[in-house]
Write a protein that binds this ligand. Sequence first.
Ligand code: FEO
Length: 172
Amino acid sequence: MLQKKIATMINNQVNKELYSAYLYLDFANYYAAEGLDGFAHWYEVQAQEERDHAMMMRRYLIDNGLRVIFDEIEKPVKVFENTIDPLKAGYEHEQYVTALINDIYAEAFSAKDFKTMQFLDWFIKEQGEEEKNAEDMIKKMELYGYDAKGLYSLNQELAARVYTPSATGPAM
Ligand code: FEO
């Protein structure tokens, strides 16, 4: 049985991951409207991954005999003025999510909840990758994105992202 505080934190994180999916779909909506279909596709794939994260946490709670409670999903409110803005907002968001996952990990550590720590290991690694991806996108945009040919190539590169389900991620 999980400690109540840890269960509540993971339940809240389900909501944050679903919000992440919603946020990234909002980015995709913005890029689709700007005619940057590769960028839009990249964030559509990212939204699918975020939904997977939510499902993995939901499953962990269920497998531990808990009732998952859904909350409202916050509305994404950012207005973008420049095509680099969502990339920067995405990086900030991933840093925020890393901090949330770290908080759950710290709680599990102090409770000697080794099972939850092991479950979260996958997410700790995933956050490292997601922050790096977000940073790389900003770097590439700064290097190539302000030139029409460069932006075209970058859009093509992002269009090639393939969705790989992460449903088998962490051991339960
Ligand atoms: Fe599920 Fe992008 O963190």
